[in-house]
Write a protein that binds this ligand. Structure first.
Ligand code: GTP
Ligand code: MG
Length: 197
């Protein structure tokens, strides 16, 4: 799929105030700093459509971006170790949960995990929660450029092995690098495939 336009629509912390349009949307979620906002920029070929930072906790609201004037990409705050106060973490948690449970336009979530790490409790719990709420999701391994060509498949295999202790089958997954563009075509083809269903 070719992305011909990508525009910021709105940011807010209240799911009830998100765009009313009944357009399909896809949301990016995962630990703070995993690369959610960078991936949105990579997929849309834009340097700073979504704001990124080396400091965890950059994205603090639900951000809607309209793509090709017909569907939304949604950037969310991270969960986990964001350098923000405990009380704002609680607020994030509340509206992230509200977003996923109430946003019926959501076609699929993408749960981002750093390809260098073994499965983290918080990610597994979040995926479990999505499963229990019957919210479709794929896993995106990020920062593939940080591992060597030899180490990358070994690390992914280990992750899958660990996942299979909790899941009957491995959810659909993608391997990406926002620096090299790895995984871009696969994710966009996947979205275009499920968009027409
Ligand atoms: P929060 O909004 O804080 O939850 O973080 P985020 O998940 O949106 O992460 P963000 O995109 O802001 O990226 C965090 C840091 O990781 C930044 O310094 C990015 O440059 C870096 N980063 C993101 N993706 C990649 C990648 O694929 N490769 C490399 N090498 N660095 C990346
Ligand atoms: Mg972000």
């Amino acid at each position: 799929m070719k992305i011909s336009s990508a525009e910021f629509v709105m940011s807010n912390s209240d799911v009830a105030k998100c765009p009313k349009d009944r357009l399909a949307e896809y949301a990016f979620i995962g630990r703070s700093n995993v690369g959610k906002s960078s991936l949105i920029n990579m997929l849309t070929n834009r340097k700073s459509l979504a704001k990124t930072s080396g400091r965890p906790g950059k994205t603090q609201l639900i951000n809607h971006f309209i793509i090709n004037k017909s569907w939304f990409l949604v950037d969310l705050p991270g969960y986990g170790y964001a350098r923000v106060s405990k009380s704002s973490k609680k607020v994030f948690q509340k509206f992230i949960t509200a977003y996923f449970s109430k946003r019926t336009q959501l076609v699929s979530a993408f749960v981002l995990v750093d390809c260098r790490h073994e499965p983290q409790k918080i990610d597994l719990e979040f995926m479990q929660w999505l499963g229990e709420h019957q919210i479709p999701f794929s896993i995106i391994f990020t920062k593939a450029d940080k591992l060597t060509k030899t180490k990358l498949p070994i690390q992914i295999d280990e992750y899958i092995k660990e996942m299979l202790k909790y899941w009957e089958e491995m959810p659909n997954y993608f391997i990406t690098s926002s620096s090299s563009g790895l995984g871009k075509d696969e994710i966009l083809s996947y979205i275009s495939e499920i968009n027409t269903q």
